[in-house]
Design a protein around this ligand. Structure first.
Ligand code: 13P
Length: 258
């Protein structure tokens, strides 16, 4: 069974389109052409079309960080999946903990977004993860599995979807704190998620879906993380902003992840 590793950068609310272009120009040519790792940069909406052009001729893939759950209409300020596709996106992050915390996204909203992303042809990166207080209280694994289950509710996992659905486990206490969840524990949680996918769908489906870890991933942590059996890649915030650091993450994933 082989799952292609993924190195997804989440730039969050950082980089103008000028800065985004400077990032691509500074990436080593070798990184731009790396084909053994799925490289996805999830940029702010305003940088997408610039990156769409800058990524031409490279293997870099483009992602958004959010989308709305309707195809069009009177929803001031929102972005539809068709707009993201036209701007060159193949991926979209859905249900990031920052969206859940600051923008009141719940599992119902997340589920509608996942379903519409898949129907529209975008590959969703569905995020889940517990807060520090939830971890300390115990029983947090049930919350993570419920986020996955509710996020995917009603999704018929047809064969083509198993390669398109990506799930990212991002413990909230590890995001932006420098406190990486150790790889054994991250692998344990992703293993629980995979077991749950096997219960929801089948073992075959569970074996094919890629599971990422996110939370203070850096070039110095990725080597150990990517060697764990259930960690198929990473969703990286801070360390994806700098071209040298992102290139290192891709190189180390290629070197140790296959
Ligand atoms: P950091 O890598 O900066 O901790 O962010 C993780 C994250 O939230 C990616 O989506």
């Amino acid at each position: 069974m082989s799952r292609k590793p993924m190195m997804a950068g989440n730039w969050k609310m950082q980089k103008t389109h000028h800065e985004a272009l400077a990032f691509v120009e500074a990436l080593p040519a070798q990184t731009r052409q790396e084909d053994s790792v799925d490289m996805v940069i999830c940029a702010p909406f305003t940088a997408l079309t610039s990156l769409q052009h800058a990524f031409k001729g490279s293997r870099l893939q483009l992602g958004a960080q959010n989308m709305y759950f309707e195809e069009a209409g009177a929803y001031t300020g929102e972005i539809a999946p068709g707009m993201l596709l036209a701007a060159g996106c193949s991926h979209v992050i859905i249900g990031h903990s920052e969206r859940r915390e600051y923008f009141q996204e719940n599992d119902v909203i997340v589920n509608r977004k996942v379903a519409l992303a898949l129907k529209s042809g975008l590959n969703p990166i569905l995020c889940c993860g517990e807060s520090l207080s939830e971890r300390e209280a115990g029983g947090f694994e049930a919350k993570i599995l419920s986020q996955v289950e509710l996020g995917l509710q009603g999704v018929q996992m047809i064969p083509s979807y198993t390669e398109r659905v990506v799930i990212a486990y991002e413990p909230i206490w590890a995001i932006g704190t420098g406190k990486t969840c150790d790889e054994i524990e991250a692998n344990r949680i992703l293993g629980l998620i995979r077991d749950h996918l096997a219960r929801l769908y089948s073992q075959d489906v569970a074996n094919k879906i890629r599971l990422l870890y996110g939370g203070s991933v850096k070039p110095s942590t990725i080597e150990a993380q990517i060697q764990m059996p259930h960690i198929d890649g990473a969703l990286v915030g801070g360390a994806s902003l700098e071209p040298g650091s992102y290139a290192d993450l891709v190189r180390l994933t290629q070197q140790f992840g296959l």
